[in-house]
Design a protein around this ligand. Structure first.
Ligand code: TRP
Length: 493
């Protein structure tokens, strides 16, 4: 690695602004849009979920996304360095973000591994008669409950290795390789999802599914759980509170912060909404055929996309070919999200240890990511995934969000950052943003975390046993503990 002394010239740069946009959209758009969004929408009652989702997007998601872009761009550092520049005691916020993101990445790559397995089964569309059975019995070989690990499922294990090798080769050259990969991995899957949505809508019975998806339920607005699900999904899908967007923005020499944030957020959610059409139209069809209400099939949880999409695919003309393309693009869709995280973790380390070479850092990050994911490759992996996802997104991500708002709103100064954002900006950011960052976001987020906490201490999430719930809390507390230690560690930043 050639490193020059002046920081300005050594920092990686996107080769153009377009590449940054593609990479940021690539990070945002992922299996989260295709897998997580529809499953939450299904779980929380379709239309009941959409309104909170959209409100949270505009009220909290976009302002915090703007905050992260501005911070990264302003400080020219990854998450840890950026907060450290404000005050070295605040490094912990960045550490926490990256750590939480890392945990997400560990199970996210397992979902990618499932997709890879589906890819291999696409040649014969093996799931055709019974996609649900196929997923649980043939792919997951799922155990009867979380108490029984029943050993590692070696096929998923092998697929996971393959996924991490793929991720590694996407990142090992930093922004150069990322820039090239995203030019393909971003647009192609989007096209396919649109085609799938069209196919879904033309199936008999699809209307029922779509009505379930779109009919609002105003009573659900009083349900804290729905709001929490919406918040966690917005954070997840926009890749905020992972340190990713801070790192990506820091590779920019120039950027239109507000405009870029809007473009990225709107495109990202549009893709989720379209994926929702594909999933729920297909669910309508399945429900009609099995004579069940849509809501029953829709409540499948994290397995939803792996039932609905394969079903839709098996009904496509040239099903095998279509499935092959679909799953390979699903993986490519996910890969830019996953490597954005590896990038963000590596950026933290290479900011800190300037002597280590980037490819080595990336290799280390990928290896540890793989090791962490092994628990999800056991036959009880799906239960752990559900559990860890619940705790990490509802607490980990949201608390990082609160911390970011508090740091900028109360220490750094929201107006100060806004003035920076508005320098040379095409779209000026109004004063409402200061209010949002200083009061609205932290208050709403805190309220929801506390409300969720009350729910989670009174009943065990998902009916899992106590020891499993403790694992959930551990996943929340470990990153916090580590970041507190690092923040308070004596020495210069
Ligand atoms: N935004 C991604 C999606 O919707 C998910 C994501 C965000 C992610 N950050 C990540 C995945 C970090 C892996 C690692 O799919």
């Amino acid at each position: 690695m050639v490193k020059k002394k002046k920081r300005k010239t050594t920092r990686d740069r996107w080769s153009s602004h377009w590449i940054f946009l593609f990479a940021a959209i690539g990070s945002a758009v992922g299996i989260g849009n295709v897998w997580r969004f529809p499953y939450l929408a299904g779980k929380y009652g379709g239309g009941a979920f959409l309104i909170p989702y959209l409100i949270v997007l505009f009220l909290l998601g976009i302002p915090i996304l703007i905050l992260e872009y501005a911070l990264g761009r302003r400080m020219q550092r990854g998450a840890v360095g950026a907060f450290g520049k404000i005050n070295s005691k605040l490094k912990g916020v960045g550490v926490n973000a990256v750590f939480v993101g890392f945990i997400v990445c560990a199970y996210y790559s397992v979902v990618m591994a499932w997709s890879l397995i589906y890819f291999l089964h696409s040649f014969r569309v093996s799931w055709a008669p019974n996609p649900k059975e196929f997923f649980f019995t043939n792919v997951l070989e799922i155990s009867s409950n979380i108490r029984f690990l029943d050993g590692i499922n070696w096929i998923i294990f092998a697929a996971l290795i393959a996924v991490w090798v793929l991720i590694y080769f996407c990142v090992w050259k930093g922004t150069k390789s990322v820039g090239k990969v995203v030019m393909i991995t971003m647009p192609l899957p989007v096209l396919l999802i649109i085609v799938m949505a069209i196919r879904g809508i033309t199936l008999p019975g699809s209307l029922e599914g779509i009505l379930f998806y779109l009919t609002p339920n105003f009573r659900a607005l009083f349900d804290i759980q729905v709001w929490n699900a919406a918040i966690s999904q917005i954070f997840f899908t926009l890749s905020i509170a992972f340190g990713i967007m801070i790192a990506y923005a820091s590779f920019n020499a120039e950027m239109q912060i507000k405009k870029d944030a809007w473009i990225i957020a709107v495109i990202n959610s549009a893709i989720s909404l379209i994926a929702g059409f594909a999933v729920f139209a297909t669910l309508g069809f399945m429900a009609a055929r099995q004579g069940l209400p849509v809501s029953e099939i829709a409540a499948a949880g994290p397995s939803l996309a792996f039932i609905a999409f394969p079903q839709a695919l098996s009904l496509m003309p040239f099903a095998a070919l279509f499935s092959l393309i679909f799953f390979i693009t699903l993986i490519s869709l996910a890969i830019d999200s996953a490597f954005s995280l590896v990038e963000s973790v590596s950026t933290v380390f290479s900011d800190k240890f300037k002597k280590l070479s980037k490819p080595w850092i990336a290799a280390g990050v990928c290896f540890v990511g793989f090791l962490t994911g092994i628990i999800f490759t056991t036959r009880a992996g799906m239960y752990f995934l559900d559990l860890v996802d619940h705790f990490v997104t509802n607490y980990g991500l949201v608390l990082v969000g609160v911390a970011e708002c508090v740091v900028i709103g109360w220490f750094y100064g929201a107006p100060r950052l806004r003035r920076y954002i508005n320098r040379d900006a095409d779209w000026k950011l109004g004063k409402w943003w200061d209010f949002s960052i200083k009061y609205l976001c932290p208050a709403v987020l805190l309220y929801l975390v506390i409300a969720q906490f009350v729910v989670d201490v009174t009943e065990n999430y998902g009916g899992y046993p106590d020891w499993a719930i403790w694992i959930g809390w551990l996943v929340v507390l470990a990153p916090i503990a580590v970041s507190v230690v690092i923040s308070l560690w004596p020495g210069k930043r």
